[in-house]
Ligand binder design. Structure first.
Ligand code: ADP
Ligand code: MG
Length: 695
């Protein structure tokens, strides 16, 4: 296809345009994760600049991912004025390093504003690309963002570090299996992105959508998603033409937008790219979110990436399909056909089981934000309890390993472990479990807790690191072993015994599972303030430090940033609700009440024999809800004031969750009650029926 990758400075372009030696040097850096040779930077910069200018670019930017979760950029023009005119300049120095004024990005205390230096450094493993926006074409250079003292201030740096950690440990394991060809292992990710579309006019009429990205009021329409007629249904024309443009835009950027379909809720859709190296998949997912939003505007729609834009219908997630592959071409989570590969597969599989069980809290924390609190554990996919779905066949094999039924013996070098009789697993297992938060799906795991608005960097930092750690523990023992096969058998058996509790193949939505999980000692962490604490436990800090993913200071700074983000989100939501109640809902309800009162007296004046009980009852109902709303607005204002006075961020977060959140729910109930009785023409907000069904 001609347009695919048209706007990407990819390996093909590099091979064609760069001097051979420079290309080789750069490719080695990219493939082997070696440090960049600064002496080639000038050449690469010149070639990159010429390529970009040929395609109409006038500006370049270091494109980075600060802790806000969205991408940031600082645009510079290629143009440099000189004595005799202008020069289109772009040096190696400008390619590899940038210095945006970083003072207003969250740093969690790592960098006070008076020493606001932040640096962006070229990540040559993710290709530079051109972004076309309005008439401006900008060369975007993916970069990492760190402080003057080298601390990570972004999402990319720790992700790259965690990939390195995983590669190191997984390669050790491969070596133990006699592999002499694999020198690197990369984690791969295919994130499925869910989103909602609504007509732009509705969006602009709702302060809550504008300010908070989700509806804070809104009564359920007569029809929700119960008919399930939207799911995989035919896609409306307006949406098709939107998707077509989204795809074209993404293809130009080298993003393999592959599948698209309607999701469960009305107005909800999904886009899935083909999986890639985690780093690139993460960059691409940021581009996907950006393109989804930008193109929607062109079609007079707004794309909502919030985890729960509408109460009562499904929220949006981002299924994070994860695996690891070696640079000699193996997917390490592919069960395969041969016994030898099967033991290797089982070793990696058991490492995942161990990792997920030991660090379930961290996985939960990696998906915690105010938006996702409306999904996780809220009676909707997926629950807040982490467990693994393996399917019957694999679960049975884990049982066998645990029982030691798999007998092992060493025979001059070759391995015989009973479990090697594992049959080749069918890819499309019929027993798909859609309720599990961490499901094995044939040759990869699907982590379903990630929220739709998230950068996938955070969750993948955790997945990579915890699995690296489990593999490290295996490798530490096995490298010293004199009886590889026997000791591996023991390790796997012990792992099965200890961590089998995390495996659950049943219905994760049932109450019975909540009880069962409690019996098994699995964590059920209900909300963000609680979940985030998992990031700063002694074990978590030790884990990150051991694998050089975060320093202790970085972990704490991230924790602070995330807690603050939670507090800010709830503060904005509460203030928006107060505003909407006071300036939209209460005036509308009051004037409707006055109208009903007038009609009541007018009708009564005609004859006292007329039955005005309906008007009276209506008036009573409006007045009661209005009065309740008035009280609840005041209560929310007071609670919010008190909460904002708490100086400790974690304590403040707990108060937001316990007190402010509860008050918000009470206020919403009044608003929704009023929506059901106030005359439709006088209701001041677009309704759920309009927003969800009128696309
Ligand atoms: P599903 O399994 O959800 O029905 P797919 O088979 O299309 O759908 O896979 C969903 C996502 O998983 C896609 O983005 C796909 O590219 C990705 N995926 C497939 N194989 C891997 C892998 N080895 N590593 C990571 N992601 C993968
Ligand atoms: Mg899926």
């Amino acid at each position: 296809m001609e347009i695919f990758g048209k706007n990407v400075f990819n390996q093909d372009v590099m091979r064609e345009k760069l001097p051979k030696a420079v290309y080789k040097n750069l490719k080695k850096t990219i493939d082997e994760g070696l440090p960049l040779d600064p002496s080639i930077a000038d050449v690469v910069a010149t070639v990159m600049r010429d390529w970009a200018i040929e395609r109409g670019a006038t500006h370049f930017t270091h494109w980075f991912q600060p802790m806000t979760g969205v991408t940031a950029e600082k645009h510079d023009s290629f143009i440099t004025p000189t004595d005799n005119g202008i020069l289109m300049e772009f040096s190696g120095k400008e390619l590899i390093k940038g210095e945006p004024d970083a003072s207003s990005f969250p740093s969690g205390g790592l960098r006070s504003t008076f020493e606001a230096r932040g640096y962006t450094a070229w990540d040559c493993t993710s290709p530079a690309f051109l972004r076309e926006e309005a008439d401006v074409i900008t060369l975007c250079i993916p970069t990492a963002f760190c402080s003057y003292t080298g601390e990570a201030l972004d999402k990319k740096t720790p992700l790259l570090r965690s990939m390195e950690a995983l590669s190191t440990q997984a390669t050790r394991i491969l070596k133990l299996f006699g592999n002499t060809t694999a020198t690197r292992v990369t984690s791969t990710v295919g994130p499925e992105q869910e989103y909602f579309l609504i007509d732009k006019s509705y969006f602009l009429d709702r302060l809550d959508l504008l300010m908070a990205g989700r509806t804070l009021f809104g009564a359920m329409p007569p029809k929700g998603q119960e008919m399930e007629d939207h799911y995989f249904g035919s896609i409306k024309e307006r949406v098709i033409s939107y998707m077509k443009e989204v795809n074209t835009e993404l293809w130009k950027l080298g993003v393999t937008a592959k599948t698209q379909h309607n999701e469960v809720a009305p107005g909800q859709f999904e886009l899935a790219p083909i999986f890639e190296t985690t780093n690139i998949a993460t960059d691409h997912n940021q581009m996907i979110m950006d393109v989804l939003k930008r193109i929607a505007i062109r079609h007079d729609m707004v794309c909502l990436l919030h985890e729960k834009p509408f109460a009562g219908v499904n929220g949006s997630g981002k299924h994070n399909n994860w695996s690891m592959s070696s640079n000699d071409g193996q997917n390490l989570l592919e069960p395969g056909h041969t016994p030898h590969d099967n033991i290797q597969f089982l070793t990696f599989l058991m490492a995942v089981i161990k990792a997920v069980d030991e660090h379930a809290g961290l996985l939960r924390a990696s998906c915690a934000n105010a938006g996702n609190d409306h999904r996780l554990g809220a009676n909707e996919a997926p629950p807040a309890i982490i467990s693994i779905f393996l399917g019957d066949q694999l679960a049975d094999i884990v049982d066998q390993i645990e029982k030691g039924g798999a007998k092992s013996s060493t025979k001059s070098g070759d391995m015989q472990i009973g479990v090697t009789t594992l049959p080749a697993l069918p890819k499309d297992t019929t027993d798909r479990n859609r309720t599990s938060p961490f499901a094995f799906t044939g040759n990869k795991f699907e982590f379903r807790m990630v929220g739709s608005s998230f950068s996938i960097a955070g969750p993948n930092v955790v997945i990579n690191t915890i699995i690296a750690d489990a593999l490290k523990q295996f490798a530490d023992k096995l490298e010293k072993s004199k009886d590889f096969s026997g000791d591996l058998q023991k390790i796997l058996q012990e792992t099965a015994r200890k961590h089998k509790r995390i495996v659950f193949n049943g219905n994760n939505y049932s109450d019975a599972w909540v009880k069962e999980a409690e019996k098994r000692g699995l964590k059920n962490i209900p909300n963000t303030p609680e979940a985030l604490k998992e990031l700063v436990t002694k074990e978590a800090v030790e884990l990150f430090v051991t694998h050089k993913v975060f320093t202790e200071k970085e972990v704490h700074s991230r924790y602070d940033i995330m807690v603050e983000q939670y507090n800010k989100t709830l503060n904005i939501e509460a203030r928006t609700m107060i505003d909407m109640a006071k300036h939209k809902i209460m005036p509308a309800a009051a004037s409707f009440a006055a109208e009903v009162a007038q009609s009541l007296s007018a009708v009564a004046a005609v004859s006292d024999k007329l039955d005005v009980s309906a008007q009276r009852e209506l008036l009573e109902n409006i007045s009661n809800s209005l009065s309740s709303m008035n009280k609840n607005v005041k209560a929310l204002e007071q609670t919010l004031d008190a909460t904002l006075k708490i100086s400790d961020v974690a304590e403040q977060a707990a108060a937001f969750r316990k007190n402010v959140f509860a008050r918000m729910l009470a206020l919403r109930a009044d608003g929704d009650a009023l929506e059901k009785i106030v005359s439709a023409d006088q209701w001041p907000l677009p309704t759920y029926a309009e927003m969800l069904f009128n696309l």
